[in-house]
Design a protein around this ligand. Sequence first.
Ligand SMILES: [Zn+2]
Length: 196
Amino acid sequence: MAAQTEESDTAREQTKAEQDVDQVRQRAARDQQRLDSGAVTSPKDLENLQREITSLAKRQGDLEDVVLEVMERRESAQERVAELTERVTAVQSKIDDATARRDAAFEQIDGEVATVTKEREVVAGSIPADLLKLYDKLRGQQGGVGAAKLYARSCQGCRQELAITELAEIRKAAPDTVVRCENCRRILVRTSESGL
Ligand SMILES: [Zn+2]
């Protein structure tokens, strides 16, 4: 935006400088016409007129230099605008690309959430109400994990190895008894890999 402002500022400056040149050129042309017409006869007036024409020619030259200088600045401002516009376009296309990928990821995640939620509902429906209540309570207390696998004598919830006496009790417990970790109180799920 700053580069565009600079470009339009120099464009205005150029117009103004060109108008200045034009004014001086017109005045010089009028003076030259008067001189050529022969209407001015007094030597003093003729001398003044000639002096003015000379001074206007010099002034025109100076003003034309100003125009050239402004044009140079305007050209570099235009180049800068073009370069920055190209960069903006490149960045915008990166943003568009990232936005599209993010939206696609959102859509996929939403789909997964819907599937998992449905699956959970089915599983939760098959679990006794009191056990589900205990599980939900533990889940709330233990960072979203209410039950953990007992794996190689360790609770996979808190990563602690169970004491020998506790393991012995779990070994004796009936398959449908709810056993819990003595350390984190999570429900322990026994498998063939539990190390019992
Ligand atoms: Zn534990």
